[in-house]
Write a protein that binds this ligand. Structure first.
Ligand code: PTJ
Length: 253
């Protein structure tokens, strides 16, 4: 997606590759310019968390996998940042948990909707929802409220990575189970989620897939116990504690 060469032994290799993917997303018309700012904010939190999946985030990823496997109509929402960073990985997760993919944008334009749907198809998606936009999330201004009637509107479990706080709150008011991936444990999206995964979307999406593969042949009752025992407050507190007590100098250069 980008022609910039980054040496693999560079100490900030992963972070630099991520930046270039987001930049490439903007160039392709997939990611919004605000997506660049969102990525910078996320990076700062990732730095403070030690750029790793902390134990509480792994437990949250496992609970998310159990929810998605138990769901009747799971939907994975895809925005411009998710499409640029984890296009193949989100398609793979949808496949493993048998979920629909729906493009759902904060800064919605017809061109960007189409570019993201095409990009997901290039990465193996067969069906991509979101373009019909024949339903609305109540309580939100027009463009941001648009969803598909047989997609997010009808879903019982929705994964919304990197969601804006307003929309995350409106979705949670619809009494759907909401799984959020957000590196900021203080963000409104993480706070309204039934399952907040405080981790980088780059690590979190493949991790949910890994858990789903391990859990998919287990009895329903076992998945229900995993879901019941997960406490979102504990997950947020653990992430905040990690940030407050971590070694600031370990994160990078
Ligand atoms: O493509 P669109 O139009 O739907 O817009 C997408 C963005 C992300 C621009 C939009 O939803 C937005 O403005 O989001 P916010 O309000 O900036 O929130 C993004 C949240 O995601 C922040 O709390 C960031 O810390 C977090 N974040 C950013 N990058 C990552 C991340 N969380 C996990 N992984 C990341 N790579």
């Amino acid at each position: 997606m980008t022609d910039v060469e980054i040496p693999e032994d560079h100490p900030r290799y992963e972070s630099l590759v991520t930046r270039h993917r987001i930049e490439g997303g903007v160039e392709r018309g997939i990611t919004s310019r605000q997506g660049l700012i969102a990525q910078g904010r996320g990076e700062a939190f990732d730095y403070l968390l030690g750029e790793r999946t902390i134990e509480s985030a792994d437990l949250a990823a496992r609970a998310a996998a159990a929810h998605l496997l138990l769901a009747d109509r799971p939907v994975l929402s895809v925005n411009g940042n998710v499409a640029a960073l984890v296009p193949g990985e989100i398609v793979e997760l949808a496949d493993v948990v048998d979920a629909d993919l729906e493009v759902n944008l904060f800064n919605r334009t017809a061109e960007r909707m189409q570019a993201i749907a095409d990009y997901l198809r290039e990465h193996g998606a067969t069906e991509v929802k979101g373009l019909a936009a024949d339903a609305r999330i109540p309580g939100l201004a027009h463009e941001r409220a648009k969803v598909d009637a047989d997609g997010i509107a009808a879903a019982d479990v929705v994964l919304v990575p990197l969601e804006d706080g307003d929309r995350a709150a409106a979705l949670s008011d619809l009494s759907k189970t909401e799984i959020v991936i957000d590196l900021n444990p203080g963000s409104r999206s993480a706070r309204v989620a039934d399952v907040p995964i405080v981790d980088n979307v780059l690590r979190a999406v493949p991790n949910v897939t890994r858990h789903a593969r391990a859990l998919r042949d287990r009895p329903r009752e076992e998945l229900e116990v995993i879901v019941r025992e997960f406490d979102p407050e504990d997950a947020l507190e653990a992430a905040e504690r990690t940030i407050r007590t971590g070694s600031f100098a370990d994160g990078g250069e």
